[in-house]
Write a protein that binds this ligand. Structure first.
Ligand SMILES: Cc1cc2nc3c(=O)[nH]c(=O)nc-3n(C[C@H](O)[C@H](O)[C@H](O)COP(=O)(O)OP(=O)(O)OC[C@H]3O[C@@H](n4cnc5c(N)ncnc54)[C@H](O)[C@@H]3O)c2cc1C
Length: 367
């Protein structure tokens, strides 16, 4: 039976990977709590939050991709970027700064998972392109470990970041691609330092462009995996599509609220859609999105309330689409919903997760 639930993971090593990125090596406190992972999956952490008086009064849930080899039994590695406040006066990132500044070897973290559908298709034999920006390289490094242990599948690891100061796991990736023929790495620095130039840390300068991809990738039928900040994802996805790559060959993961990358599937704004006519005599289940002014008859083919909202022109924030992250949380003004995927976290009365629920009758949602 699949093991589920939060359990304690002990930090057995903490390694600084770059000026802003640090890895944490984690082992279950109880050996039977080990759960194997597929390369690309993440763990969900319960990170304590301290209030102004300095006492711990709550926690937040945050996801971190497992960045080590899935063949390393009994140990996870997560690799975390310290998300400092973007401008003075705003708070630093709760979880990443707690991990960087407070957590050390011997500390216990509480985590669920591994979870996630963004995983390497190990059954395929097609060549793979792993494309990452910034800390988005973490799932890719795990996938590269897996690919390196295969006999002959070709793989290209393409990574974009600012410069060598913030570049994590550079040597690990170079060591991996050197293990056998058919693997290669390309580093693209936006603003290389003098040292980067002197030590030839990078292969191209600026942004990952159409020209770079065309020069690196001989014509073939690749599977692409993408992870990075939204502007990187938008740009690279657009380039791949313009090069004729079919969307089913591009898998991607966002580290924050996700957005739809395919331009023709971006939902129209609620205001630009004519209101749906509802036959008052029908026994349809009516779903009302109060703030958006949208009322529509529930469609049983809808995967979830989130998908239904999107199909009616709304763009609620979402991330995991699996009841984990809470990004799609909304307020239920009236009615009842049923969960087809149990939310990972407890919900307060009146709260609803749109991504994993369906209406049990007429419902009114705040959005
Ligand atoms: C599937 C998945 C996998 C992930 N894997 C990784 C991974 O491998 N490595 C990794 O580093 N991250 C990863 N993430 C991201 C990670 O989950 C966290 O989102 C990230 O660490 C930031 O969380 P935080 O609590 O530190 O920051 P938060 O507290 O959520 O804040 C985020 C940023 O907003 C700023 N901020 C705070 N308040 C305000 C305000 N009022 N106005 C404007 N800005 C504000 C903060 O200073 C910070 O810079 C992943 C996310 C997902 C969804």
């Amino acid at each position: 039976m699949e093991k589920k639930g939060f359990r304690n993971l002990r930090v057995v090593a903490k390694v600084k990977e770059s000026a802003i990125i640090t890895s944490f090596y984690l082992e279950p406190e109880n050996a039977q709590d080990w759960r194997a992972f597929n390369p690309g999956q993440f763990l969900v952490f319960r990170v304590p939050v301290t209030n102004q008086g300095g006492t711990q009064n709550d926690y937040v849930l945050r996801n971190y991709s497992v960045s080590n080899s899935p063949n390393t039994k009994g140990q996870y590695r997560i690799t975390v970027k310290r998300e400092a406040a973007p401008i003075a006066g705003l708070p630093d990132g709760v979880s990443s700064c707690f991990l960087h500044d407070v957590v050390d070897v011997g500390h216990t973290l509480v985590a669920e998972g591994p979870r996630g559908e963004f995983v390497l298709d190990a059954a395929s034999s097609r060549p793979v392109v792993l494309l990452s920006g910034g800390v988005g390289l973490t799932p890719m490094v795990s996938m590269l470990h897996s690919l390196a242990s295969m006999s002959d599948r070709r793989a290209f690891f393409i990574h974009a970041c600012e410069n060598g100061d913030v570049h994590a796991l550079r040597d690990e990736v170079l060591d991996l691609v050197a293990t056998r023929p058919g693997l290669s790495a390309h580093y693209c620095y936006r603003l290389p330092t003098e040292q980067d130039r002197a030590e030839q840390h990078f292969h191209s300068e600026g942004f990952v462009s159409r020209e770079i991809l065309q020069s690196l990738l001989p014509i073939d039928d690749y599977e692409f995996y993408l992870c990075g900040p939204p502007p990187f994802m938008q740009a690279v996805y657009g380039i791949l599509r313009s090069l004729g790559v079919q969307k089913q060959h591009i898998a991607y993961e966002f580290f924050g609220p996700a957005t739809v990358l395919e331009p023709d599937s971006v939902p129209v704004q609620a205001t630009s859609r004519p209101p749906e006519r509802i036959d008052p005599s029908s026994d349809a289940t009516i779903v009302e999105f109060r703030k958006s002014g949208v009322k529509a008859a529930w469609d049983d083919k809808s995967e979830s309330l989130l998908a239904f909202a999107e199909a009616h022109g709304l763009s609620p924030e979402f991330s995991c689409r699996a009841g984990i992250c809470g990004t799609c949380k909304s307020h239920l003004i009236d009615g009842e919903v049923a969960y087809f995927e149990e939310p990972l976290d407890d919900l307060k009365p009146g709260e609803v997760l749109l991504c994993c629920s369906k209406p049990l009758g007429p419902v009114i949602l705040e959005i």
